[in-house]
Design a protein around this ligand. Structure first.
Ligand SMILES: Nc1ncnc2c1ncn2[C@@H]1O[C@H](COP(=O)(O)OP(=O)(O)OP(=O)(O)O)[C@@H](O)[C@H]1O
Ligand SMILES: [Mg+2]
Length: 383
């Protein structure tokens, strides 16, 4: 085992040799016969583990030396044991106040000297070890914190990507219907041309319809681009204008499938909402009703929208006669990717997105039930 190294600072050679004799077998020893030399050696030699320091010395006394040692970074951790002929309480106290850890009185009792030196060498080395351990622990904490920060950044990046993915999926979903309307309109005009029956008024109507659908597609991008931004201003919307706009957008599809759309306002005149977001929801619900009516081959397809005033809000109920919601999906209807329409026709995102818009953005609820051979979806929005 490595020997501890002691520095003895004493101006009396006989004291130095006495101590050296007692300690030399167990310790490596360096000596200084003056305070100046002692300070110099202590600063120069980083391997000194403990200092035995005489109190009474010419020029600088032991207390002063100890204070100087404690004020330097490179020597402040070396424990100092005072050597004193004095055994008075005030001297002992002064020694402790100047930074000593212990004292030994002269004449030396070898066993006491050995015991004190050993205890303080061990204590100091354990302290050093602990300090080293703390340093490496701190370094580890810094390293782990950095790693965590990196991981957090990565998670944020992924979350942003996922949110972007959601937005793209939502836009794609909401674009399906206008794209099919535009394609229908173009086909009408093309077949009129082919048949030589081009009618300027009808062509103009189709073109206007195309422009409306394109405007709606553009506003869909804006809606979903702002989708995750909180603190948007709600608008006071005139319900007649709102449902006129809806009719305009859905007219082509509904008339194509011969579906009748009735709207009952029941005294509701305005709504305080995010207009475009409610529009996206109602379009989804009407498309679903249309899909049910078409796929079940219902002849007189009918969709009814009824508004009802509540004490603290408004109900918008959308019912159809398309055969109702299948039991197999009724429980998990608003989960993402739940669909009965097969891969090509449905993504199963419509109701998931609608519920999210109603709950998170309109602070409302979306419920559904089957009734009179059809499905009813009920949006409740607080006002
Ligand atoms: N009015 C309705 N009548 C009967 N079933 C409905 C009605 N609305 C929704 N559903 C059922 O709920 C399922 C989920 O609807 P959702 O709108 O979430 O997805 P989707 O319509 O299947 O697909 P996408 O919306 O992508 O076209 C539908 O597949 C259908 O089975
Ligand atoms: Mg749908």
């Amino acid at each position: 085992m490595k020997k501890f190294k002691l520095l003895i600072i004493d101006d009396l050679p006989e004291n130095i040799s006495l101590m050296t004799n007692i300690l030399k077998d167990d310790y490596e020893i360096v000596v200084a016969n003056s305070a100046h030399l002692g300070l110099e050696l202590a600063k120069k030699d980083p391997k000194v583990d403990l200092i035995l320091l005489d109190i009474v010395m010419p020029q600088i006394d032991g207390y002063e030396v100890c204070k100087i040692l404690k004020s330097h970074v490179c020597t402040q951790d070396i424990p100092v044991i005072f050597l004193t002929i004095l055994d008075e309480a005030s001297d002992v106290e002064k020694g402790f106040l100047s930074g000593g850890v212990d004292y030994v009185t002269k004449p030396f009792e070898p066993s006491i000297l050995k015991a004190r030196v050993k205890t303080h060498c061990i204590l100091a080395s354990q302290k050093k070890e602990l300090k080293r351990f703390n340093h490496s622990l701190e370094a580890l904490v810094v390293e782990r914190t950095k790693e965590l920060e990196q991981a957090n950044l990565q998670v944020e990046r992924l979350a942003r990507q996922a949110a972007l993915g959601d937005v793209i999926a939502m836009i794609a979903h909401q674009w399906k219907q206008p794209i099919s309307v535009i394609s229908m309109a173009v086909n009408y005009v093309l077949s009129d041309i082919e048949l030589g029956q081009l009618n300027p008024e009808e062509t103009q109507r189709e073109m206007q319809n195309i422009i409306k659908q394109i405007d709606h597609m553009t506003s869909t991008i804006d809606n979903f681009r702002n989708f995750f931004k909180p603190n948007k201003e709600k608008q006071i919307v005139n319900v007649i204008e709102f449902f006129d706009c809806l009719r305009d957008l859905m007219r082509a599809v509904l008339s194509h499938y011969g579906i009748d759309l009735t709207i009952e306002f029941n005294g509701v005149e305005t709504l305080e909402i995010y207009k475009n977001e409610l529009l996206q929801v109602v379009i989804n619900l009407i498309n679903n009703a249309k899909d049910a009516i078409v796929s079940n081959g219902i002849q007189n397809g009918k969709i009814t929208i009824k508004l009802h005033k509540l004490n603290n809000g408004v109900n918008v109920e959308i019912c159809d006669n398309g055969g109702g919601i299948l039991e197999s999906v009724a429980e998990k209807l608003t989960e993402a990717y739940v669909t009965t329409k097969g891969d090509k026709e449905g993504t199963g995102l419509g109701l998931y997105m609608s519920k999210m818009i109603v709950q998170k953005h309109l602070q409302g609820t979306l419920d559904w039930y089957n009734q009179n051979g059809g499905a009813c979806f009920c949006i409740t929005i607080p006002q």
